[in-house]
Design a protein around this ligand. Sequence first.
Ligand code: SF4
Ligand code: SF4
Length: 419
Amino acid sequence: MKSDDNRSVTRERMQRLETLLDGDDALRDRLQAVLRFSRKIRVSEYHLTNACNIRCKGCWFFEYGHDTATREAKDLEALEAFLIKETKERRVNAALVIGGEPTLFPDRLKLYVKHMAHVTISSNGLRRLPMEGFENVAVGLTLFGGGPMDDELRGIKPSGRTFQGLFDTALANYRDDPRAGFIYALTENGIDHIEETVVRIRDNGNRVNFNFYSAYDTDDPTGLARQADLLEEALRVRAKYPDTVVSTPYYIRTMITGRSHFGRFGYDVCPSLSQDHDTHAERLVNGNPVLPFFNTWAADLKTVKFCCTSGHCDGCRDSQAVISWMVVSMDRFLESKLLLETWIEMAESYWKQFIWGPFHWTKPAGQRHAVLDVIGDGVVSQVTTEMGYGETMPNPLHAAVPVSPATAAGAKAEAGAFA
Ligand code: SF4
Ligand code: SF4
């Protein structure tokens, strides 16, 4: 049963939403659609295997020994029993399957498709996921740095032998394939490659979300000497190719700086932690929302991992964790109609990645472009074709009132999100 505090927060939120949506039925419909769909999704993450066919520089999975921490379960019957338990007992209906490299084991993936309503894999693109039997599987293709940097950072076989053409291979494998989208980890050393890389993705008939390259093999994985330059170029390219770059400006800014208008990304706000991991008891009651029922399972099908990624929060700017932080934080975007619209755009853009959902870019609800960038320096940049990039209007955040502690305390995962 909800506490009186939570009830009053919900009432406060509903009143605020009514005020913001008054007279704008189109925006109301969009909000309702995105909340309705988000609430249906109950996601968890699965390490399908500890094996990978390459060794990227700075990969957290190998850098922190996730490949050797557990013994991989290879028995298909055991996997099927595990998945039945996940769907029946924990009522998970969306699987984010990572590794290692999931395409190495299509027979295991088939079981995910059989038992989960929605399946997404993260892949390096070296092998193509067959179409037959996997028509509705979303494929997130990882890409580091762009241009020649991808090969420098990733063209490395497990034996240590180097090779060329990983990005070319991924493009060839997924040309005009609506299941696939690139997850492009930006780095300041690759600023000059961002536009050419996005153009190649566009010309290949794919879409791209921006990620942040954390060099997990260094002391300061998120350190940036040229943060402003990287941000400026990412936003410029996003504005120039709104059909191709799915990420919204607000999200891009948050990912690159690690800051939103209401705080800094880190463990205390990150929603993508495993609920059944025994270290999170305090975090789960600190008032910041989490992904309901989310767990990440190791490849032994028994071990619950700390969270959706490395478990090293100091150097973390994981894109799916950052966007999930945004999507579960709707209450922080109720200060003005402009902020609410920014949140709706961000949530819609998040779901655009997944072929299995109604917001995918091939479907009508996914064909809108994000329009607002509300954290500019005193300005709001319009970045759609309706208004050219660079045209501005006053930034309402400069007059924004901080969110009340009561509102923050009640913000409990109103919108379920994917990690
Ligand atoms: S493809 Fe993924 S799992 Fe494999 S080495 Fe690269 S980052 Fe790590
Ligand atoms: S490592 Fe990143 S994703 Fe994991 S709990 Fe820490 S901040 Fe969140």
